[in-house]
Design a protein around this ligand. Structure first.
Ligand SMILES: O=C(O)c1[nH]c(=O)[nH]c(=O)c1Cl
Length: 312
């Protein structure tokens, strides 16, 4: 069955991406993802201008035997130049998405200016939703600042760009963020990032399980699937068709991928479960999705993408 997607001028021959931050910090990670035949493209760890060590360990913990994850990594990455060098070091047979996350308004602008002035011709994703930089709010929860940043960006940035959003939990917030995003020539929206500032406790030790922020961190994995589905569905219904959708959050099976496609996702990305299973997960997800499509008599994802039924 035909499982492909298009974002702007980029054709994805497979529907699967890594979620930024998982299995994508090093050039070796990115090559492993690239070499996997079931990945449609690759996404880098969000880059800052300079290399960052990130928050102190322990900063990641698996919850309830892999039902979820909590992380407060703190944006550890090798800096924009490292990822640009990698992306300019060879030609790629799949689309690449360079994720960036400045820790200030000015850093976000400078990151994008350097990408605009570089020879990089792939896709860029502005991460507006990192929940783990101590003292910094998630930009996309501040609608005015989000509008201000995107207004400034589109004065000079002419290459393909999308945004990574945090989960919203209020229908009016979906209305507000969609109204802002619809004003800009965005290629895509990627929803959701981790559910910010959860807390996990070890009953034995009567302690939190990660060190940064007194144990508070972003929640990912299966337990955030309902939130991810809702955000993709709500944003798809509100965003103009030219803004394509990457569905992220809690994918562990072909059924979850099918659900995201029904909500309108063009592509999906996998984080927590990728960290557990390594890139071979993409082969499993693709064959599970194909089996569901065959069983239902679908020959192309276009026959059911975005066609989630309500109960009339
Ligand atoms: O702590 C992190 O590095 C991190 N962790 C997340 O769960 N989402 C993000 O966007 C980032 Cl930037």
């Amino acid at each position: 069955p035909q499982m492909t997607a298009q974002i702007g001028n980029f054709t994805f021959k497979h529907l699967f991406l890594n979620a930024s931050g998982v299995y994508c910090r090093t050039k070796q990670n990115l090559d492993d993802l690239l070499d996997n035949q079931a990945t449609g493209g690759i996404v880098t760890k969000s880059a800052t201008l300079r290399s960052r060590k990130g928050n102190p360990n322990p900063r990641y913990h698996s919850i309830l035997n892999g039902a979820g994850s909590i992380n407060s990594m703190g944006l550890p990455n090798y800096g924009l130049q490292y990822y640009l060098d990698y992306l300019l070091s060879k030609s790629f047979d799949k689309p690449t998405i360079l994720s960036v996350a400045g820790t200030s308004f000015d850093e976000n602008i400078e990151l994008l200016k350097q990408i605009q002035d570089s020879d990089y011709q792939g896709m860029t994703e502005l991460n507006l939703s990192c929940p783990n930089v101590v003292g910094k709010p998630q930009i996309a929860y501040d609608f005015e600042t989000t509008n201000k940043i995107l207004t400034e960006v589109f004065k000079f940035f002419k290459k393909p760009i999308g945004v990574k959003l945090p989960p919203y939990f209020d229908l009016n917030h979906f209305d507000q963020i969609a109204k802002i995003l619809n004003q800009f020539p965005l290629d895509h929206v990627n929803s959701i990032n981790s559910v910010g500032n959860g807390l996990w406790i070890d009953i034995e030790t009567e302690s939190v399980v990660i060190k940064p922020k007194k144990g508070f961190g972003g929640i990912g994995g299966k337990m955030v699937l309902p939130t991810g589905l809702a955000n993709v569905r709500a944003l798809r219904e509100r965003l103009k068709p030219s803004i394509k959708m990457i569905g992220t959050g809690g994918i562990t099976s072909g059924k979850d991928v099918f659900a995201y496609l029904l909500c309108g996702a063009d592509l999906v990305s996998v984080g927590t479960q990728l960290g557990i299973e390594s890139p071979k997960i993409f082969n499993r997800l693709e064959s599970e999705l194909a089996a569901i499509m065959v069983e239902k008599g679908y020959t192309s994802v276009n026959e059911f993408r975005g066609k989630l039924k309500s109960l009339e």
